[in-house]
Ligand binder design. Sequence first.
Ligand code: K1U
Ligand code: ZN
Length: 186
Amino acid sequence: MSILDIRVLGDPVLREDTKPIAEITDEIRTLVKNLFDTMYLAKGIGLAAPQVGRTERVAVVDVDDNPLVIINPEIVASDNKTAKGEEGCLSIPDVYGDVERPARVTIRALDIEGKEFEIEASDLLARCLQHEIDHLHGKLFLDYMSVLKKRSAMSKWSKEKEKYPGFIRRLADDPSVSHEHPDEEL
Ligand code: K1U
Ligand code: ZN
């Protein structure tokens, strides 16, 4: 198991576009496994390659115990109806904000075998998929917030960011992350 360092707000990699994956190699399979391991340790429901400093177009999500790998994902349909919900980001720890997004989306992507699939999602899964696809195009949930709410989020972040020299969040050093096996936590 390899736990990767998470890049936090201010690292330019979070603002870059990613490169589509042309072939699913052992390196991509290892990256996907490490993304899952890192996401679960950080108690997230999604994690995209740029958040661990990589530029391949791949992300993982797990909402309600349904692990999904999305390679070269595209939103092929989205609802006109929108929903507002609170979002967090493993790259902006302890900052939260309401984001309005399409309530339902259809995503087309490749799975880890390179097979194309489509998934129609609503509720938290739809929100998480949109949040991860945004990461793959250098976009962050803060970009959707009003000027006033963004200002308040950035003020919180200006204090939080001091915990992450070099824009790196080392989960091994993060006191909010439990390294115990769930059965050993009691
Ligand atoms: O990509 C990421 O930074 C992961 C992010 C995904 C996400 C959370 C909430 C809404 C949309 C997308 C997280 O997992 S942050 C962790 C978190 O705050 C959370 C965990 C479980 C449910 C809800 C939020
Ligand atoms: Zn995020």
